[in-house]
Design a protein around this ligand. Sequence first.
Ligand SMILES: NC(=O)c1ccc[n+]([C@@H]2O[C@H](COP(=O)([O-])OP(=O)(O)OC[C@H]3O[C@@H](n4cnc5c(N)ncnc54)[C@H](OP(=O)(O)O)[C@@H]3O)[C@@H](O)[C@H]2O)c1
Length: 238
Amino acid sequence: MNHVLITGASSGIGKQLAMDYATEGWKVTACGRDPAKLEALNLTHPVIDTLSFDMTDLSLTRQALAWVQADLVILCAGTCEYLDNGIVDAEKVARVLNTNVLGPVNCLDALLPGLQTGARVALVGSTASLVPLPRAEAYGASKAALAYFARSLALDLTPRGIHVSLVMPGFVKTPLTERNDFPMPMMVSVEQASRFIRKGLARGSAEIAFPPLFALLLKTVALLPLAWQKRLTQRLVR
Ligand SMILES: NC(=O)c1ccc[n+]([C@@H]2O[C@H](COP(=O)([O-])OP(=O)(O)OC[C@H]3O[C@@H](n4cnc5c(N)ncnc54)[C@H](OP(=O)(O)O)[C@@H]3O)[C@@H](O)[C@H]2O)c1
């Protein structure tokens, strides 16, 4: 039986992935911070094992993930906080970078030694890292850092036969985006997000950016001079 370990599985995209992989017959290890949310997931899907730990704490992460051997690892846990009016709140930025960059790095530190040839690691970034968006200094920078990390790691894990995929969602309806107070174009459901991700991973795609039209638009904007990008993205997300 194939084994998938998913972080951020107590909510949103990660939770949907955990339920869908369990339905497909995979052995699922669902990770999150909140034991109550994980217990609820286990009650509805008893085949899902759960692990609760804060991935920003390296020693807790190492303890929780020691001995886990998975065929597929999806590092989905993350957070989003926006800066307001260009005020750089260093504590806020540190929280976002710690969770979105060092969190997955801690998981990789703990998991990579146990992965076998043929295993795949997916890091969940964001299409937000493609272009500068208003108020997204911390979030966008964290996801840009994670994207670089994933691309570089893909090169270094090739000799071990371990594959790396970078997942770049557009807007997905989850508790994370419920907090957003601006229009979110081409938003998809968690069910659709899970389908895009599972299909891309089954195909062995190095990059899974969705919804495809939204990702293509942002990639096109990213090719324009910075002054044009600024005008366009300020209109896209106010
Ligand atoms: N939703 C979108 O539109 C969107 C778009 C692009 C990218 N993404 C990315 O997709 C991923 C999932 O987002 P989502 O919308 O599904 O968010 P969500 O519903 O808020 O879920 C976030 C998950 O991350 C876990 N988490 C957060 N901090 C953690 C920590 N320090 N240690 C361990 N687990 C932690 C949470 O666990 P607890 O609840 O147990 O604390 C929760 O399971 C994130 O990386 C996000 O940046 C989302």
